[in-house]
Design a protein around this ligand. Sequence first.
Ligand code: PLP
Length: 414
Amino acid sequence: MALIVPLRREYDVLGLRGQFPALQRRINGRALTYLDNGASAQQPAAVIEAVSDYSRNHHSNVHRGVHTLSQEATALFEGARGKVRGFINAASDREIVFVRGTTEAINLVAGTLGRSRLQPGDEVVISWLEHHANIVPWQMLCEQAGAQLRVVPMDRRGVVDFDAYRALLGPRTKIVALAHVSNALGTVLPIREFIAEARARGIATVVDGAQAVPHQRIDVQALGCDFYAFSGHKMYGPTGIGVLYAREAVLATLPPWQGGGDMILTVSFTRTTWNSLPWRFEAGTPNIAGAVGLGAAIDWLGQVGMEAIAAHEADLLAFATERLATIPGLTIIGTAPDKASLVSFTVDGVHPHDLGTVLDAEGVAVRTGHHCAMPVMEFFDVPATTRASFALYNTRAEIEILHAALTRAIGMLR
Ligand code: PLP
């Protein structure tokens, strides 16, 4: 019997790198080694050019104009919405709300679903590894509503305790809000299972997908969540644009959030009526150029292929984990079996900020600090970590550069 070997498209990482102008820079006399993708990924020329073309040729306000430029801007803006819908397999464009980013998306849910549904004594469940964007809005909401924030524990690997989660869900739980992927540890939550548990109990589910969307194919219908939030700048798009996916059946029941132009149908001094979905949740002039750039990023990612990206990044993660573990005194923080492509670590006797500064002198960009996840730092009893986060354009050679620069920096700083 003939063995059929599926053809694998060659992953041309150097060709991909060549499409990123920022990656051609030299920093302090060295080729830039950009390993801060968890904070913001660089933008390919296709994205930069789409934004530039919009600004040069089509810029105008959307929705309200009959003139050509306004119609072109509207078509580009709404076209981007359609691209987002396809990218995450939402059922309808009505489920895609453009926002500034993940932070704004979660605040929108807290300010609408939360404020309308939460009664004193109700509970909101989050996990220990959340980014501040998925802690503080819920904390503020709970304070206003007289509700309680409940936190699912994790273990020393950074794995969120599923049994403890199930035990926390009760008749007073109204909202579950969880990261899909931790930005500080890299942990990938089996989010589908977490969502299913909440759904079975009629609890609303909110997923912070900021760190998941750049690394794996997302299908919101398969996940079954009510809300899924992410940011353009972490997926090779511009800053200031992000997405709140909201299941239409839920979004349609929410009160409006911000008031103003575009979110209304009619306004009089006695009565205002609301626009249809999703515009009801998009008051004021949106970030049109940002949406166009995000749409271009989605097209571009589609050409590269999310599965190919995931495979490449899995290789980078395995290689980086192996190489960094050889450095004496280096401890990797976050060792979950399922991780996204980032490595957070501490080095005995060396402060992360000093390390980050010395690495920058060698052209290596990493992030140091608490990564907007102070409870994670507290849990591991460290003030901060150094984080190298990898993207589709990083290479094993860059991990070797990081390794060598780290070895020199530690020698210098100890
Ligand atoms: N959630 C996670 C897991 C993140 O990593 C980030 C950004 O670092 C955010 C939320 C906030 O995203 P933004 O600053 O784009 O709103």
